[in-house]
Design a protein around this ligand. Structure first.
Ligand code: GTP
Ligand code: MG
Length: 509
């Protein structure tokens, strides 16, 4: 993991976040990412990390050109400081001089600027007058056409590290072959990161200035350079310096070379990863439907019907062929749309048909298969029978009394009525006893079915939902990092029923 450079600004931080997301994606993707993709992403990340260690919040602008063209004078004019040595003795500048708008020590170390050749421009006294150059590192380079060979070496070493090259030429030497053949012709294709300043225009009559500028532009075209801006300036009078300053400010406002390169590199890495993931994860996991299927596989529905009919609840052993069908259907819905390595990952994460069958066996073995407890209903039924017998006895007694006392119609009628009441009561009690018995059977059946659903639901959650979700979460992390939609580090696994964005794939029937 890359550490933030001490003076990292928002651009560096943003790139580092992308680096971390992509690193995280590699870790989350693991074996499921093809080797070539991993290698290419790692290579990109390494390159970007090296550059980011210096930060990309600065724009390095270098003044380059032949000796005496006025680089140091323009450096002072642009910075408003008299820091660079300007001299009559040629060459004057022998070591790189830097002015920074905001701190950039790590970068200056990397560029090899000596500590005593650095100056910081922006201070509290400036207010916002220097805000447009914030992030600028302005370099005054030694001449490239020097008698001193080491000057040329310094220039050659620094050119590839610079975001904007400002070629400073003067009216006498602008056609110098060492400049055109030695440097400018090699910069074809880099036109957007360079400009040319014809300095010392104060030494040229005003009416000759335009044709001189045209001649500079012609030579650049002959070098093969297209559309390189050419500015006229005078470090001595200040003419053209604000325009030059504006051009530099635009380079600062635009993204620097290093940032563009890092971005392009990370885009390449992201592209390599996008190819390894699907457009999305399955939104709904068929959890409830799978539980229902497996409940049927162990015959719990038939068992419940048997209980309703008064029999004992029974379960059958899960047949592996039927479990296989359920598992296949799960795989289709939970992984069907994913690329092959991710599909295989889901397949490997959930138990095999045998494993799932064994787990089902183990789970349903715990279900209580005791028959319905009908003791209450039976007791009531017995008492109903007793009542019925008593009723019949009463009727018999009434008939007997009526026969003995022929004329006593009154008591006979009374007894008859009592017998009828007793019979009705016995019948009602018998009916209610039968209802109570049926209700007890229904309740037991429901209780039994619920118990089976509960244990089968546990198997489905543990064996199918959780492992599938883990793979989905990894896939999502890789996909988001690849598409730049990552929101930092998230929980690795979300248990069933947990909320939040990570649990976007819902479990449903
Ligand atoms: N008239 C005039 N003279 C200038 C201008 N710019 C620089 N000079 C003079 O040109 C000479 C060289 O200027 P420097 O700024 O030292 O040139 P340089 O490109 O840094 O030279 P090296 O450090 O030797 O590579 C000095 O005497 C400056 O005063 C300008 O715009 N007009
Ligand atoms: Mg100089």
């Amino acid at each position: 993991m890359t550490d933030l450079p001490p003076d990292a600004g928002p651009r560096t931080r943003a790139l580092l976040h992308r680096v971390r997301d992509l690193e995280d994606a590699l870790a989350r993707g693991g074996e499921r990412l093809p080797d070539e993709a991993v290698t290419s992403v790692r290579r990109s990340l390494l390159a970007v990390q090296e550059r980011l260690a210096l930060g990309v919040d600065h724009t390095v602008v270098a003044l380059v050109g032949g000796t005496g063209s006025g680089k140091s004078s323009l450096f002072n004019a642009l910075s408003g400081l008299k820091f660079a040595d300007v001299g009559a003795r040629r060459p004057t500048t022998s070591s790189v001089t830097a002015c920074t708008w905001g701190g950039a020590d790590a970068l200056l170390d990397w560029l090899g600027v000596a500590a005593d050749r650095r100056i910081e421009r922006e201070s509290a006294l400036d207010g916002d007058t220097q805000a447009d150059l914030r992030g600028l590192v302005l370099l005054d380079l030694p001449d490239h056409d020097s008698v001193a060979q080491e000057h040329r070496e310094v220039v050659d070493r620094l050119l590839p590290m610079v975001d904007l090259l400002v070629w400073v030429v003067d009216p006498q030497k602008y056609a110098d072959d060492a400049l055109h053949t030695g440097y400018l012709r090699h910069l074809v294709g880099h036109e957007s990161s360079m400009l040319v300043v014809l300095n010392q225009v104060d030494t040229v009559p005003v009416d000759a200035q335009a044709s001189l500028l045209n001649d500079v532009a012609r030579l650049l075209r002959e070098d093969g350079l297209v559309d390189v801006p050419v500015h006229a300036a005078s470090a001595a009078t200040g003419d053209g310096v604000p325009v030059l300053r504006g051009a530099i400010a635009r380079a600062v406002a635009g993204r620097g070379q290093a940032e563009r390169r890092a971005q392009a590199e990370l885009d390449d890495a992201a592209r390599a990863l996008v190819a390894t993931v699907g457009p999305d994860e399955p939104r709904n996991l068929p959890r409830d439907a799978t539980v229902e299927e497996l409940v049927r596989v162990v015959g719990a529905d038939a068992g419940a019907e048997a209980v309703v009919a008064g029999g004992p609840p029974e379960l059958v052993a899960a047949e592996p062929e039927r479990v296989a069908v359920v598992r296949r259907s799960w795989m289709e819905q939970a992984a069907g749309e994913l690329p092959a390595p991710w599909r295989e990952a889901v397949d490997a994460a959930v138990p095999s048909v045998e494993g799932l069958t064994a787990e089902m066996e183990r789970a349903v073995a715990a279900v209580d298969t005791a028959p319905a407890d009908l003791s209450g209903a039976v007791r009531r039924r017995r008492s109903a029978v007793a009542w019925a017998v008593l009723g019949v006895l009463l009727v018999a007694a009434a008939v007997a009394v009526a026969l003995l006392v022929q004329d006593a119609t009154g008591p006979a009628l009374a007894l008859g009525a009592a017998a009828v009441v007793a019979l009705v009561a016995a019948a009602a009690t018998a009916v209610s006893a039968r209802r109570a018995r049926r209700r007890a059977c229904h309740e037991r059946a429901e209780q039994f079915l619920a118990a089976v659903q509960l244990v089968v639901g546990g198997v489905v959650d543990e064996a199918l939902v959780v492992p599938t979700r883990e793979v989905h979460a990894d896939h999502r992390a890789v996909r988001r990092a690849a598409t730049g939609r990552s929101a930092g580090h998230r929980a690795a696994v979300v248990p069933p029923g947990a909320g939040g964005e990570e649990a976007a794939a819902t479990v449903s029937s």
